[in-house]
Design a protein around this ligand. Structure first.
Ligand SMILES: NC(=O)c1ccc[n+]([C@@H]2O[C@H](COP(=O)([O-])OP(=O)(O)OC[C@H]3O[C@@H](n4cnc5c(N)ncnc54)[C@H](O)[C@@H]3O)[C@@H](O)[C@H]2O)c1
Length: 323
């Protein structure tokens, strides 16, 4: 929603595509949509990316210059129980996105990858030049697959593709299944919050406005392909083909317990805490090396966790009418 808003405020026409599936409360999805529909420059298709014909129709009827593919089946834990949802949306759906870019002459494809591709890696901060061959969830495997699939389309059809590995994005109107949001629900309702790995976790939380800023900076900067690319010592984040992968994070990991304390402060309530072991598919820490995105676009995240959670809580209290 915030990306579409920012683009239209800047004078761009936006076509939204979303299946409005029931992975989480559709009211939130519909409220985001209602907000965007106030803009004359916004049109919307309720289409599943996996519906090849339905998706292609959108390109038949509209001239589309840039595709920003954020639609996906997200969530690490859900992928343990529902693997097929990830194959349908993130693999079948993504091939349909790539094919549409190929056949309808799209000038730049930007797509969401994820910090989860770093999987079992322990070298910090995570760099796009690190190998990412040890995913620990099917979700992560589908996101890494997206990067591989994108490279083949950049190579075969010269389509400029930019993959962005998002690091724990949070903010108003965000995803209710994520810890910051579900903890807030539970604290407000007086229910205990579940703290995995006994709280020994770290996340590079990235505020939505900083993510939007990074994407906007990349819009008019499709990758060119590096003519000096060394195939004998290939760098993972780039190619001779017009292909690029960046981390987009805050570059300031926060300890889970500090994050909970900040959330409690803004809510003015204390959480009842239940300590549990590590969950399958999860990783202990994430920390983004963002030097490449800084170098290429001037990206510089500015929102601290204190400021960002403050904004989230203010929105949450207003949206759910919490006193
Ligand atoms: N939020 C994060 O911390 C985070 C971290 C890493 C990567 N990502 C990636 O960023 C992107 C956006 O994430 P988000 O947190 O805004 O998630 P989100 O679930 O709020 O948004 C994704 C949207 O895609 C839609 N969708 C799902 N499958 C679809 C399909 N097959 N066809 C059409 N629409 C479909 C959903 O209805 C939803 O509205 C996703 O690709 C996600 O994997 C997010």
């Amino acid at each position: 929603m915030y990306l579409s808003k920012r683009l239209m405020d800047g004078g761009q026409l936006v076509i939204g595509v979303d299946s409005i599936n029931e992975y989480y409360d559709t009211k939130l999805k519909k409220d985001r949509l209602a907000y965007l529909k106030k803009y004359d420059d916004f049109s919307f298709y309720q289409v599943d990316l996996a519906d090849r014909d339905g998706f292609n129709q959108i390109f038949e009827y509209n001239k589309i210059d840039v595709v920003i593919n954020l639609a996906a089946q997200a969530g690490v834990r859900y992928s343990i129980e529902n693997p097929h949802a990830y194959v349908d949306s993130n693999l079948v759906g993504f091939v349909n996105v790539l094919e549409a870019c190929r056949h309808y002459d799209v000038k730049h494809l930007i797509y969401a990858s994820s910090s989860s591709v770093y999987g079992a890696n322990q070298k910090m901060p995570f760099s796009t030049t690190d190998e990412v061959n040890h995913p620990v969830s099917l979700y992560a495997a589908t996101k890494k697959s997206n990067e591989l699939m994108a490279h083949t389309y950049s190579h075969l059809y010269n389509i400029p593709t930019t993959g962005l590995r998002f690091f724990t994005v949070y903010g108003p109107m965000g995803r209710p299944d994520m810890a910051y949001y579900s903890f807030t629900n539970k604290i407000v309702n007086g229910e205990p919050i579940q703290i995995f790995n006994n709280g020994d976790m770290m996340r590079d939380f990235t505020y939505i406005d900083d993510i939007v800023d990074g994407i906007v900076r990349l819009l008019d900067q499709p990758p060119q392909g590096n003519p000096d690319f060394d195939r004998e010592r290939p760098v993972a984040s780039e190619s001779y083909a017009p292909y690029k992968v960046y981390n987009i994070g805050n570059n300031q990991p926060v300890k889970l317990m500090d994050f909970i304390e900040t959330l409690e402060k803004h809510l003015g309530m204390e959480a009842e805490k239940e300590y549990l072991p590590m969950q399958p598919g999860d990783v202990e820490a994430t920390y983004a090396d963002i030097d490449e995105l800084k170098r290429d676009t001037g990206f510089a995240p500015t929102t601290t966790i204190d400021e960002g959670l403050g904004k989230f809580v203010a929105w949450y209290k207003d949206y759910y009418n919490v006193k």
